[in-house]
Design a protein around this ligand. Sequence first.
Ligand code: FES
Ligand code: FES
Length: 241
Amino acid sequence: PVRSEVILKVNGKEYTVDKSLDPATSLNEFLRDKRISMGTKYMCKEGGCGVCVVMAASVNPSTNDIERKAINSNYTCMCPVFMCDGWSITTVEGLGSQRDGLHPIQDRLDKYNGSQCGFCSPAQIMNMYALLLNDTKPSKQEIEDAYDGILCRCTGYRSILDAMKSFADSKCSPTDIEDLETKTCRKTGKPCPGKCSNPATPKPERPLHLVLDSAQWFKPTTLTQLYDLLNQYKEKDMRLV
Ligand code: FES
Ligand code: FES
């Protein structure tokens, strides 16, 4: 049967978009006009500034693998919201906040003074989030390359890149910080010497994979597949939403 609407998730919450919406509506317009994510910004609306980046997880129809990408949600010509059927979108609000606790990437950008006016910060953060989801040990060069499409109008590139490259510097992955209860490094099991670039923070950190890339939620999934998925994510601090 032909469906007349698309269903997508944003930060774990499901939204249905029906044909009453202008078919030219971009994902960015949808996120902002519906007040779903005001943290997702826009500027050029031409795919040139990268300030509208969010992370999108979807299932590759040919391999059935979950793909997680940083996408420019306002590429109006490339990403109308009607293209996003079955996608699981994560925006900066899905990672953390001052009230609920900062995500490690937000925290790092803050500590390196990488947020000047802050307008581009959500995109810088979501870009790194997508990169780390795909590769927990990117090199400094890979990180720099991943940032060639996001402009900072305050031109504070050095502090932004320093913050993001600190993830490459660390001997630990961003999720391997000190366990605040046992006071040991989660990776080595030894007391944290406090010399790595991932020192324990005063507040409990939110897990890196706060929102499961639940792109499979809309697909028929057998119980066995579901348990496999859960086991796979268990180790990575993911949770099914
Ligand atoms: Fe500039 Fe999306 S607003 S790339
Ligand atoms: Fe102002 Fe980047 S911090 S635009």
